[in-house]
Design a protein around this ligand. Structure first.
Ligand SMILES: N[C@@H](Cc1c[nH]c[nH+]1)C(=O)O
Length: 390
């Protein structure tokens, strides 16, 4: 018989330290979210493909893992937590007063090389603040994004802020057809300057052209907003970002903030402030989010919203790994002594003491040697003794 030993593309097994670090990050994040009054929700791992169609297809179809159910309907493995939560907010939570603060600790599934290359199965911890428009909600969520990364033990990271409205207002001034705008968005996102230059050439007389050509270079400190204003004139999105940043600076978050006006998410439901979190020294973003004011309305309830998700494994990979616990003691117990044996294990730090399944003390000693335990605790009807492993 031939065994199947590989796992499907984009998935892998995670062992010991990886599970422990992932759990540590999840615990830190969910504890913080609960402290800020976010309540946990969980949605199914599979959804109807139509759900994503109905919400305006926020992500490319080829990025979704599809399954066909018994009746022939197309299902997708949850490619995003925000869209199903928008569905829940518009339906099951319809009678609850807004805003609602929700958090999740779930896995999303994405196919295609552009989704973090090696991993199509992404553990996400995130929040959605649903039913709150305006600067105070954006401030709350960006501050929470910084605090969330700090709560995991990260110190050297930053959040890059952009605004979906800036690109949209510039594109509107270009009088381009929708397809060309999409092409331009992809070139800006991919920082493909040469092709972008070619695409913009016929539009050189439009006033927004210079700003669009520079957009993917407009990242850095507050001076970026000034440069953008020089290129594009006074713009609501720029003023909004400027004011938001001032408030965040006053609250002590300034050191963690940068701007990236060329930040265009691949997910397409964003309408306002957008942001990503980067850990210094690591390439990909570990956090991604922003304002999405039209998504809940796609399911029948008018509710502006904002939120973010953190890639748990990416954060865990940036933390310095702690020492795993070392096995020190094996417990060899006589018949009738199970309760005492368990008490002995429970009384020591997790992972440092375990039961021996062996019938004879010789076998337990040789097991202890093999596993590197220094001692064996022998529990008999009368008394106990600690034996050094020779
Ligand atoms: N769902 C988004 C993150 C997000 C949460 N809320 C808003 N945006 C993602 O997976 O990138």
């Amino acid at each position: 018989m031939k065994y199947t030993i590989n796992t499907p593309e984009g998935t892998r097994d995670r062992l010991f330290a990886e599970c422990r670090d992932r759990r540590r990050v999840q615990n830190a994040l969910t504890a913080l979210f609960r402290r800020r009054s976010y309540a946990e929700v969980s949605t199914p791992e599979v959804e109807f493909y139509d759900l994503f169609l109905q919400s305006g297809n926020p992500m490319p179809q080829e990025a979704m893992l599809k399954i066909v159910d018994r009746s022939g309907r197309i299902l997708v493995m949850r490619p995003d937590c925000t869209t199903p939560i928008a569905r829940v907010a518009a339906t099951k939570l319809k009678t609850l007063p807004l805003p609602q603060r929700l958090y999740y600790d779930e896995t999303v599934f994405r196919s295609g090389a552009e989704h973090r290359g090696s991993s199509g199965e992404i553990a996400q911890c995130g929040v959605e603040l649903i039913g709150a428009a305006g600067a105070k909600a954006d401030l709350e969520v960006v501050a929470l994004a910084v605090d969330a990364l700090r709560s995991c033990g990260l110190e050297r990271f930053h959040i890059e802020l952009g605004h979906a409205g800036f690109f949209k207002s510039l594109a509107a001034g270009m009088e381009m057809d929708g397809e060309t705008v999409e092409k331009m968005r992809a070139l800006i996102e991919g920082k493909n300057f040469a092709a972008l230059g070619d695409l913009l050439e016929p539009y050189a007389d439009r006033s927004a052209c210079a700003a669009l050509a520079r957009l993917s270079r407009l990242f850095g400190g507050v001076e970026v907003l000034e440069e953008a204003q020089r290129l594009a004139g006074k713009n609501e999105a720029l003023t909004y970002l400027h004011d938001l940043c001032r408030e965040l600076e006053a609250a002590g978050y300034g050191d963690f903030l940068r701007f990236d006006l060329g930040l265009v998410h691949q997910i397409d439901y964003y309408t306002g402030v957008v942001f990503r979190g980067y850990v210094e020294g690591a390439g990909d973003a570990v956090l991604s989010g922003g304002r999405y004011d039209g998504l809940v309305a796609a399911f029948g309830r008018n509710a502006p919203a904002t939120g973010f998700a953190i890639d748990v494994d990416a954060v865990a990979g940036c933390l310095s790994a702690g020492e795993p616990p070392r096995l020190g003691v094996l417990v060899h117990f006589a018949p009738g002594q199970l309760a005492r044996a368990l008490t002995a294990v429970d009384g020591r730090a997790g992972g440092t003491c375990e039961l021996s399944p062996c019938e004879t003390l010789e076998a337990t000693l040789s097991l202890a040697r093999e596993k590197g335990a220094a001692r064996v605790l022998v529990l008999e009807q009368q008394g106990e003794r600690l034996v050094d492993v020779p």
